[in-house]
Every structure is written in structure tokens, then in C-alpha cells.
Ligand binder design. Structure first.
Ligand SMILES: *Cc1c(COP(=O)(O)O)cnc(C)c1O
Length: 380
């Protein structure tokens, strides 16, 4: 059976050479725009492409403001700071995510709390979130959400749209609002994904996207923070550019800032990639349809977009019967030049986060043993 899967994928991609999991595609104006920045000498953090890229992403995602950053992790770090996360706080997120989500919480010296995902979305479970808050949280006189088991403030919640599939973000936002918890949406993987017709990343106070080399579009390395809050946008721009106060001659910085700005060189690539984003999404949705038909016939579960949502199908994935079958599948495909990868090790099992508070993680643990990503480069 694994042999048939490898043959099917090789047929899709028309190659028997080594097949990476997700390669970028440069089929548009990438070279032209990048060369323009070189010719103009504006390769660094000032230049027209940074602004243009921000405008394009804001428009596409339906956000009022977008601030380009050096990568998705730095956007997440700044997003958490904007909503006031510091060392006195805790931040709820899911254990089934890429390490950047948990790292960004740690950069703020805050503690993560890991709450389970839903089996159908692979994203944070509103039901498990509600159960956790009902058991442990109360609002104090100042309206802070206090975790009664630690006496710390639960300041923010970071749901993540796994592989581009939207989680039940409207329910999560509603629950968080009732506990005064700010939602920072990790939409790093879900540019081009919609929940109930609204773009992911636009539900929370802040959303972030990533343009790392393996994402649906890339700037080499890059990220974007999106928000409808003008003050947040101004502050984000300020602290990602070393908190420098505008002045003709002098270097004056009014707080500790970060060198987190995206370069014009990278943004030039981003603008060219944005011009093809819609095409890439259509191709990804086509590919997912083909996978779905194929796996239906051989009775392996292919992960489909959840109810009420439209996914960019950034990274395709299947669910194997158990861990043993998963390991066999991983070995066979990788031995035969088709790169596949298991889903992430749960955050709470990693050394750095092993002491974090956790809820019941049945779904995350079940998925951890079974989910495998399969070839997902855009077929152009
Ligand atoms: C890619 C990704 C990020 C950000 O990654 P960068 O490499 O820093 O751009 C954050 N969260 C998730 C879930 C991701 O997949």
C-alpha cells in the first residue's frame, strides 16, 4: 500500500527524484523586484517594497493595519507584548504547534498553559478552553483573569490554525472576551484561509503571518503582524525599529526596542509572491482534492478542511492507524525519496516546557502519534 502512495505522489509531481515536503515557487516578478532593490541600493529596512507588501497583506487579510517583521516568531513576540504580556502573566496556547508559538511566550518571560486541540480542526479546542477556565479562573476586582492554581494573570490566548486549517476561532474569541483574555492569533500557516468567510488572523486583537521558506508564500524569512487597532500598529512599528524617535541628526530611543523590521530586499520577494497567492491557493485546493480521492479509496484518513471553513491546504496531512503504522509509513516514504514528516512533538513534552500547566490533552496525544505530513509543494 505504501508503494502505491509513493507512486501516486511521484505521478502528481512528475518526478522520481528526491521530493521535499514544501518547496517555494518563484514564477512571477521575484527577480525583477529583487533586482530593483539592488539597483536602487535600498536593500535594508527602508524602501517602497516594505510599505507595498504591508498594504497587500492588510488588504488580502482584511486587516486595517499590517506591520512587516523579520520573521513570524518576532511578530508573535511583539503581538504578545502589545496586549501586555510580561513576567507576571500566563498565556494559554495549544500543545500541538510549532515551537515558535511557545518560544514567543517564553521571550516575554510569561508561562504557557497548554490546552487541548480539537480532533477535527487540529487547533485549540473551545470546549476544553471553557472547561479549563471554569475550573481554574476567576475575574478579580480590576477585571484581570486570575488562575487560582498559580495566582497569576492569564493575559492572552494564542490559538493556531494548524497546517492552514482554521480552528473554531469565533468561539475561542467569545470565551476569551468573557474572561478578559486577549486573543493573539497565530495564523503563521494560514494566509489564504477563512473561517465563516472571514480571513484567519483577523479575529483576535492581533494576528501574525509567517513568510518562512516553507510557508505558502515566502520572503526567504519574514513575518507580518496584523491588527485593526491603530495604537497597536503604531507601537508595533516603533518597537520593531529599535524604538527610534524620528530626529534628523540624533539617535534617540525612548524604550528598549527590537531590530525586527523586514528588509526591503525580502519585501520585494514578498510583493512578487503576493501577486501569485490566489493562484497558489487554488492549486493547493486542487491538490488536496486529488489526495482526498486517492486516500478515500485506500482507507487512510486525509485531513480535510473543517466545517465552516475554507483552508489554504498549506501542508497536507494524513492520519495513520497507530504509532507503529505511522513509523512504518515515515520510514518507507523517506527511504523512497518522498519526504514526509511526523507532526510536532507536543510542547509540554519538551524539556523547556515540561513544567507548564496542562489540561487534559487526549486529542493532542492521539494526533501526535498518528499525523504525518505529505508532499505539499504547489504544483504549478
Ligand atoms: C512558521 C510558524 C511560525 C513563525 O515562524 P518563523 O519561522 O519565525 O517565520 C509561528 N508559528 C507557527 C505555528 C508556524 O508554523
Amino acid at each position: 500500500m505504501y508503494k502505491n502512495i509513493v507512486a501516486f505522489i511521484q505521478e502528481l509531481y512528475q518526478t522520481k527524484e528526491f521530493l521535499p515536503l514544501h518547496e517555494p515557487r518563484f514564477i512571477g516578478n521575484e527577480k525583477k523586484y529583487v533586482n530593483e532593490t539592488i539597483d536602487s541600493t535600498f536593500v535594508s529596512s527602508v524602501g517602497k517594497y516594505v510599505t507595498k507588501f504591508e498594504e497587500m497583506v492588510a488588504k488580502f487579510s482584511g486587516a486595517k493595519y499590517a506591520v512587516a517583521t523579520s520573521n513570524g516568531t518576532s511578530a508573535l513576540h511583539i503581538g504578545l507584548k502589545l496586549v501586555g504580556v510580561d513576567e507576571s502573566c500566563e498565556v494559554i496556547t495549544q500543545p500541538l504547534t510549532f515551537i515558535a508559538t511557545a518560544n514567543a511566550i517564553n521571550y516575554c518571560n510569561a508561562q504557557p498553559i497548554f490546552i487541548d486541540v480539537d480532533r477535527d480542526t487540529l487547533g485549540l479546542s473551545p470546549l476544553k478552553l471553557k472547561e479549563f477556565l471554569e475550573e481554574f479562573a476567576t475575574l478579580d476586582a480590576d477585571g484581570n483573569c486570575i488562575n487560582n492554581s498559580t495566582n497569576k494573570i492569564i493575559k492572552a490566548c494564542v490559538p493556531m490554525h494548524t497546517f492552514g486549517h482554521p480552528c473554531k476561532i469565533d468561539e475561542i474569541v467569545e470565551i476569551c472576551e468573557s474572561y478578559n483574555i486577549a486573543v493573539v492569533e497565530d495564523a503563521a500557516e494560514s494566509l489564504g484561509s477563512y473561517y465563516k468567510g472571514k480571513h484567519t488572523g483577523s479575529f483576535g486583537k492581533v494576528g501574525i503571518f509567517s513568510f518562512n521558506g516553507n510557508k505558502i508564500i515566502t520572503t526567504g524569512g519574514g513575518g507580518m503582524l496584523v491588527t485593526d487597532d491603530e495604537e497597536f500598529a503604531k507601537k508595533a512599528k516603533h518597537i520593531t525599529t529599535t524604538a527610534k524617535v524620528p530626529n534628523k541628526y540624533e539617535y534617540i530611543h525612548d524604550e528598549v526596542g527590537y531590530n525586527y523590521r523586514l528588509t526591503n530586499l525580502a519585501a520585494a520577494l514578498g510583493v512578487a509572491q503576493m501577486e501569485n497567492l490566489q493562484l497558489f491557493i487554488e492549486k493547493q485546493r486542487d491538490l488536496a482534492k486529488k489526495y482526498n480521492n486517492f486516500f478515500k479509496d485506500i482507507e487512510i484518513e486525509f485531513i480535510k478542511e473543517p466545517k465552516n471553513s475554507q483552508s489554504n491546504y498549506w501542508l497536507n496531512a494524513v492520519i495513520l492507524k497507530d504509532k507503529q503504522e505511522r513509523d512504518e509509513f515515515l520510514k518507507y516514504t523517506n527511504d523512497n525519496s518522498v519526504m514526509t514528516r511526523s507532526i510536532w512533538r507536543l510542547m509540554n513534552k519538551l524539556d523547556m516546557f515540561k513544567d507548564a500547566q496542562i489540561g487534559n490533552l487526549d486529542n493532542a496525544e492521539w494526533l501526535e502519534d498518528r499525523v504525518v505530513n505529505i508532499s505539499s509543494s504547489v504544483i504549478v
